[in-house]
Design a protein around this ligand. Structure first.
Ligand code: SAH
Ligand code: SF4
Ligand code: F3S
Length: 484
């Protein structure tokens, strides 16, 4: 399938729709005598988060404000994820909850977009069971959201707009409303060519396509000039990046690390097949590249890796891990693991436990295998019974929690630089932030270091040194010793 670049005509159509919507919503505002609001709910990965920031940007340029409070917003968009069944169930549950609001207010708009819309049976279910959903559109055409929204308002009947072109959009052409004032999410490639046998993503996100290096660097420079402290380079497999002139991921990392202003350059997810020694060497030598590698393993058994269509084996994976641990000893390593893939035996699972121990992951996302209709694995024989999956899952979790706790304990007594993310969700006078190795830290500020008149939230995006005083399974405790 050819990659289609967004053309000027598309943008003209979009901008005229934006103008029409501005007028429509300002009329609605006058009629209702109040601000018209939106809510974008995100279910998936950071790429979905990034798409949501674009949806918010477009909604704000229609004159809408983000909704606060319990009641329903005037425009609600569900940006969905199809990677596991429970993400899908959440959408249908929430569509059920919003039903009475949508029926009582004929002007209210409910839209569904994201990866679930690329799976036909989901769209059929929305058509049949959720007729009050006004609009369904696919993630490839996000930049045309204003056009679809205008059309759905005009026709007053459910509008479904799904097609599978492999579009690539220059981010600078879409308004973005960033969720965090210090962090910019920057997709550098979209889609996936790997077709791991369990995974829906290649069907939902299309084939791999990379943005131009020059476009990315221009965007990063603007973000640095705007004062963003942290940039997160994103892609389904970020390190499989291929520029049109043969540029590879290390070229982006190097160019990004030379831009002045960023304290932290992060990237995810890395596919193990494309982590070259050069990437690890650049991580080790660049002071502003985060010392954290997210390296999805999936299974420790060579037999299962083959069945999963993962193109590496245990020893390839371990080679990368050992090189990373040698060159970046202060760094952290995280992973994704699936338990209960079809045909997984107790022996296979023990291989997973043993590699997890050997890698000593600092953190891990562990998942119970969820069959995705349409993928190869869903129709494989020997699906593992639920009770065996949950029992194995429990053992893995216990081991990983212990490793994560040890990783946090190893920080106690040290002092490191933290990028402050804001107020902790559990206590108003505690701040939360991350180390350069992506360890989560909760810390207090002694009175002498408090800036008069500032609330906890005002510290978001600042750098400080924190001395670590204690460790929990998922975080480190500490006290600020210097605000920078
Ligand atoms: N592209 C990345 C991962 C993207 S999906 C990579 O391949 O490395 C994020 C994670 O979801 C995967 O790493 C996998 O662990 C998990 N996942 C994907 N499909 C799944 C399924 N059918 N059941 C359970 N977990 C799944
Ligand atoms: Fe899914 Fe595999 Fe692609 Fe990752 S590499 S997105 S797991 S198909
Ligand atoms: Fe989910 Fe789509 Fe991301 S399936 S994990 S939101 S790419």
């Amino acid at each position: 399938m050819a990659i289609i670049k967004v053309g000027k005509d598309d943008l003209k159509t979009r901008d005229s729709a934006l103008l029409e919507l501005r007028e429509y919503f300002s009329g609605l505002e006058a009629a209702k005598g109040r601000q018209i609001t939106f809510s974008v709910r995100t279910y998936g990965c950071q790429l979905n988060e990034s798409d949501s920031e674009k949806l918010c940007g477009m909604l704000e340029s229609m004159g809408l404000k983000e909704h606060e409070g319990e009641s329903a917003a005037d425009v609600t968009i569900f940006n969905t994820c199809a990677v596991r069944e429970n993400a899908e169930d959440r959408l249908f549950g929430n569509l059920g909850i919003i039903k009475s609001d949508a029926k009582n207010d004929k002007d209210m708009i409910v839209a569904v977009c994201g990866c679930m819309t690329m799976v036909e049976k989901n769209v059929d279910k929305i058509r049949k069971s959720f007729p009050y959903v006004d609009l369904v559109f696919d993630p490839q055409h996000l930049h045309l959201f204003p056009v679809y929204l205008r059309d759905s308002i005009r026709r007053k009947k459910q509008l479904v707009n799904i097609s599978a072109d492999d579009y690539i959009v220059d981010d600078s052409l879409v308004p973005i409303s960033r969720k965090r004032k210090f962090r910019a999410l920057v997709p550098i490639m979209y889609g996936c060519n790997n077709f791991c046998t369990y995974c829906i993503v290649p069907y939902a996100r299309g084939r791999e396509r990379s943005r131009e290096l020059s476009e990315i660097i221009d965007e990063l420079q603007i973000l640095a000039d705007q004062g963003y402290k942290e940039v997160m380079l994103l892609g389904q497999n970020v390190n499989s990046y291929k520029g049109s002139n043969g540029e590879k991921f290390p070229d982006i990392l190097k160019a990004a690390s030379e831009i002045k202003g960023f304290s932290r350059i992060r990237f995810m997810s890395s596919h193990p097949k494309d982590v070259s020694d050069e990437i690890v060497e650049i991580m080790a030598s660049s002071p502003n590249i985060e010392k954290h590698l997210h390296l999805p393993l999936q299974s420790g058994s060579d037999r299962i890796l083959k069945l999963m269509n993962r193109p590496y084996d245990r020893s390839d994976y371990l080679k990368t891990v050992h090189y990373f641990r040698k060159l970046v000893p202060e760094g952290s390593l995280s992973t994704d693991i699936i338990v209960g893939f079809p045909g997984e035996t107790e022996e296979d699972f023990k291989e997973t436990l043993s590699i997890v121990k050997e890698c000593a992951f600092d953190s891990a996302f562990t998942f119970q295998y969820s069959p995705r209709p349409g993928t190869k694995a869903a129709s494989m024989e020997d699906q593992i019974p639920h009770d065996i999956v949950t029992e194995r899952f429990g053992r893995l979790l216990e081991l990983q929690n212990d490793l994560a706790h040890k990783s946090n304990l190893a920080k106690v007594g040290k002092t490191e630089e933290i990028l402050i993310e804001g107020q902790s969700s559990t206590a108003p006078d505690i701040l939360t932030g991350r180390t350069m190795s992506n360890h989560l830290v909760n810390f207090t500020i002694p009175d002498a270091l408090k800036i008069p008149g500032k609330t906890s939230d005002d510290y978001e995006g600042m750098l400080c040194d924190v001395k670590f005083t204690g460790a929990r399974p998922y975080s480190v405790d500490g006290e600020m010793v210097k605000l920078k």
